[in-house]
Design a protein around this ligand. Structure first.
Ligand SMILES: *Cc1c(COP(=O)(O)O)cnc(C)c1O
Length: 363
């Protein structure tokens, strides 16, 4: 049986997975070796599944060099649920939470936090269509803030932090949904990190939460059991049925990342991949990057063409040529190439060649 032809998938999420991971999942789908049942058919309390979960968590800990005083949780509900759980657990009564409004997802996080308590928007670049990150000098931080919330990579607008903002003693909470494990991450500089898995970590349905132990204790006793980090931390993500299949595929993806040589090696690959695409965008001025150069994301590369008409044509011809998911988010317009860890370098080379050809014909 020959593998079906795979096209180049630039989707922002759910996104491309490593082919080796898909093949392993396919090979073992009907019966896990030594188990004789599908991973989808076994109890989450079984030894076989506990092994899968523990291996996934161990690989996450190893990849992220996660200190012992942090818990790793694999939950459901997506990053959007974390927009609520973070303030419900960590924004203590009377305190203020600072939010850096650097993009559309950050704005959504602010909206939920405001339902829980007092929020200070420490800075916002919404007025500039989020085309850049707020500068350190623009942040108005609250002394004694419950925490400072940031978005490490702005998926829609294509900006990415390369150094963390300085936030003093307040715990830094980061939504890393679209660049988690695309490069080394200094976990100890954070109080909490969360990411929906479906961009860089695995399939949809799993959410990674890394939380410093002292923050787990902040939740009010009145908080619903399922919404409390404490519940999931005390039960090693097995309080209720976790997303078993998603955790299995996430685990395979972590193993694949380790096989690449860990996050330093992954970062080098991502720099090379992103560098090639930005070099083409900047080559003549026909294409125009929408994010400020210093803030450009290596995961979501946003660019425009000279007119909306040409953008429509580009999208149509790119789709016909076997490139999927290049249409930008409607709030930015133009094109967006999402090139997460699993996106193959050959796809970048093919897109660059396509862009050069398109410019020749239409420039
Ligand atoms: C995709 C995304 C989200 C939303 O994730 P869901 O898992 O769909 O809730 C939140 N934040 C960022 C930065 C994202 O890229």
């Amino acid at each position: 049986m020959s593998a079906p032809h795979r096209i180049f998938n630039f989707s922002a999420g759910p996104a491309v997975l490593p082919e080796a991971v898909l093949e392993e999942a396919q090979r073992d789908l009907v019966a896990l070796p030594g188990v004789g049942m599908s991973v989808m058919e076994i109890s989450h309390r079984s030894k076989a599944f506990e092994d899968i979960l523990h291996r996934a968590v161990a690989d996450i800990r190893a990849l992220g060099n996660i200190p012992d005083n942090y818990k790793v949780l694999l939950l459901q509900g997506g990053a959007s649920t974390q927009f609520s759980l973070v303030p419900m657990n960590i924004l203590t009564p009377g305190a203020t939470a600072d939010y850096i409004d650097s993009g559309s997802w950050a704005e959504k996080a602010v909206k939920e936090a405001k339902k829980v308590g007092t929020v200070n928007v420490a800075a916002s670049t919404k007025g500039e269509n989020y085309s850049r990150l707020p500068l350190q000098s623009e942040l108005t931080l609250t002394p004694g803030a419950a925490y400072v919330h940031m978005t490490s990579n702005n998926t829609i607008e294509g900006t990415e932090y390369t150094t963390l903002p300085e936030v003093g003693d307040a715990p830094l909470i980061s939504d890393t949904s679209s660049n988690m494990f695309s490069k080394p991450i200094d976990v100890a500089k954070h109080g909490l990190i969360y990411a929906g898995a479906q961009k860089n970590l695995g399939p949809s349905g799993v959410t990674l939460v890394i939380i410093r132990e002292d923050l787990i204790a902040r939740a009010p006793a009145s908080l619903h059991t399922m919404f409390s980090y404490k519940t999931h931390a005390e039960n090693d993500s097995l309080y209720n049925t976790p997303p078993t299949f998603g955790i299995y595929v996430l685990g395979l993806t972590m193993k694949w990342l380790r096989g690449l040589g860990g996050l330093e090696a992954v970062a080098k690959l991502n720099q090379r991949k992103g560098g090639k695409l930005y070099a083409e965008i900047d080559r003549t001025g026909f294409y125009r990057g929408t994010a400020k150069k210093d803030d450009r994301s290596l995961m979501n590369i946003t660019f425009r063409l000279p007119s909306e008409e040409l953008e429509k044509k580009f999208d149509k011809e790119a789709t016909a040529a076997g490139f999927d998911g290049l249409k930008g988010h409607r709030s930015v317009g133009g094109m967006r190439a999402s090139i997460y860890n699993a996106f193959p370098e050959a796809g970048i080379d093919a897109l660059v060649a396509f862009m050069q050809e398109f410019e020749k014909k239409n420039g």
